[in-house]
Write a protein that binds this ligand. Structure first.
Ligand code: FE2
Length: 296
């Protein structure tokens, strides 16, 4: 497999790494054509056999097993092709885009991340066209996942730690009072505030794969090119690891998975679980008071 131990070590240290995949040009053409069709039609992704063929390709499952140090994994998400459409000028400065957009998506502790199997989501971004720096390449602050997860491990109650990992979008201060998370936030843990640090653009070639731990700070970015950035996202969790999701996302998964499963080849059906014992509801209410100590 093209995913080396050195690349896994980079994922552990940085929270993100870009790797090569075995997809041929012909397979990439088919996948990109499916992406184009689904974008144009707005149909559910499982209706397109060429999309289904990407999701059920054994490579992603093998990558997820290695990332998660797990003998068995299943999809956690994988609902739709993802577009980063061209943005209209004027474009924000690096500083403004980062300060306005940086966030974490997965809340977990370092104990969760260091466990075997990892209690973490493996997020795989499969690029169907090139991702140069000006085409909305994702910005990531390498290594930020570690102090942030360590902090959650220090402050969360034992009861709440048992409700991790969960999808729980949080950003560094300042947090708008209108934000659903308010007053929860990712506190500044280093001398330089998170929003003043310089993120790295994760550029890639068509057919490469970004493996992300979104407990690290990252941000969407304006696409200054004339064509969209095209991705198929899929994410994975070890078998037997429960995880939380907001109600609307959970309902989306529970609607999508049986229909996707029905389209998979018999030898690939195991990547979509038959039940949802592993998926509990977890939203912004009730708040966890220990997540906004500084503003309490
Ligand atoms: Fe995100």
């Amino acid at each position: 497999m093209s995913f080396t131990d050195e690349q896994l070590a980079q994922y552990e240290a940085d929270g993100a790494v870009t790797i090569d995949t075995p997809f041929t040009d012909e397979e990439l053409d088919r996948a990109e054509d499916a992406w184009d069709r689904l974008q144009a039609s707005g149909e559910a992704a499982y209706t397109d056999p060429d999309y289904v063929d990407v999701i059920q390709h054994p490579f992603f499952e093998e990558v997820a097993k290695k990332v998660l140090r797990a003998d068995g994994v299943h999809l956690w998400w994988g609902l739709a092709p993802h577009a980063r459409a061209p943005s209209a000028a004027p474009y924000g400065s690096i500083r403004d885009q980062w300060a306005g957009g940086c966030h974490t998506d997965i809340q977990a502790t370092l104990e969760d991340f260091d466990a075997t199997p990892r209690r973490m989501r493996a997020e795989l971004w499969f690029w169907l066209n090139d991702v140069p720096v000006n085409r909305g390449a994702m910005r990531i602050l390498p290594g930020s996942h570690r102090p942030i997860m360590e902090y959650w491990g220090n402050v969360l109650t034992p009861e709440h730690k048992r409700m991790l990992p969960r999808v729980h979008g949080l950003r560094p201060p300042p947090v708008s009072e209108k934000a659903p998370a308010y007053p929860e936030h990712v506190p500044d843990l280093q001398d330089t505030p998170w929003i003043e640090q310089e993120p790295t653009p994760f550029v890639a070639k068509r057919g490469q794969l970004l493996i992300l731990c979104s407990s690290a700070l990252h941000s969407a970015w304006q696409n200054e090119d004339t064509v969209p950035r095209k991705a198929m996202g899929n994410s994975w969790i070890p078998n037997g690891v429960p995880c939380g999701m907001p109600a609307n996302q959970r309902e989306g998964v529970m609607d999508f998975f049986p229909q996707l499963r029905a389209k998979l080849r018999a030898d690939r059906k195991h990547i979509v679980p038959e039940d949802f014992d592993w998926l509990f509801e977890s939203g912004y209410e009730p708040k966890w008071p220990e997540t906004f100590l500084e503003q309490a």
